[in-house]
Design a binder for this molecule. Structure first.
Ligand code: BEZ
Length: 226
């Protein structure tokens, strides 16, 4: 049979204001986000091993997302009832069986949202041959626009510390005319974006700008401290 086409979302697109059933009831996504940043992460299936380790990690570091003003929400193609039951396993895996999962999970049992958002993994299917959701991450800004997306297959678990790191970069670069280099962490030096002239950079960055020499003689490796 013909697979549905998945249009997906591009950076800068307004994130759809979808309605969905979740473990905290029916939501309209933009109302759920309010004025916050948001992170929506999908997983293939409830009661599966890699997904359990991922959501347990997400739960464990949920205070770090909260500190950054980021509302978390997960998604898979299972029912609300399955999500509620599996959430108990996830928290027990964290040795916190008495604590509720600190974020809701969307029940996309009809796969409508998964198709709309381009989240299906054609290589992983359920017993009826229907594709499962991939490990997709969307970070949404307070303006409801897509700021970052990553897409991993079902067989590769994500690194949630990396998600905190990219959120730190997204939030910094939304405020200042800088970009963060490879493996950047908060407190490290940052790079001046290429569109700024040296004069503009000098006036914008009171901590000074240093330029690294390269054989081309072009002065594009400009660093500053924020
Ligand atoms: C897992 O979460 O362990 C998983 C789910 C679907 C396919 C492969 C692994």
């Amino acid at each position: 049979h013909k697979e549905p086409t998945m249009p997906g979302l591009l950076l800068g697109d307004e994130f759809p204001n979808f309605e969905a059933d979740t473990t905290i009831g029916r939501i309209k996504f933009h109302d759920f986000l309010g004025n916050s940043w948001g992170i929506l992460f999908s997983h293939p299936r409830d009661f599966t091993p890699v997904c359990t380790t991922e959501l347990a990690c997400a739960a464990k570091i949920s205070d770090e997302f909260k500190k950054r003003g980021v509302k978390m929400i997960a998604l898979s193609i299972d029912s609300v009832e399955d999500h509620r039951n599996w959430s108990k396993d996830v928290m027990a895996y964290n040795s916190a069986a008495e604590t509720p999962l600190p974020f809701p999970i969307i029940a996309d049992h009809k796969r409508e949202l998964s198709v709309q958002l381009g989240m299906l993994d054609p290589d992983e299917r359920d017993k009826d041959g229907m594709p499962l959701t991939a490990r997709c991450v969307f970070v949404i800004g307070p303006d409801k626009k897509l700021k970052l997306s990553i897409l991993y297959p079902a067989t590769t678990g994500r690194n949630f510390d990396e998600l905190l790191r990219v959120i730190d970069s997204l939030q910094l670069t939304a405020q200042k005319k800088v970009a963060t280099p490879v493996d950047w962490k908060p407190g490290d030096k940052v790079m001046v974006i290429p569109s700024l002239s040296d004069a503009e950079a000098k006036s914008l960055f009171p901590n000074g700008v240093t330029t690294q020499e390269v054989p081309s003689g072009k002065k594009y490796l400009r660093y500053t401290h924020i």
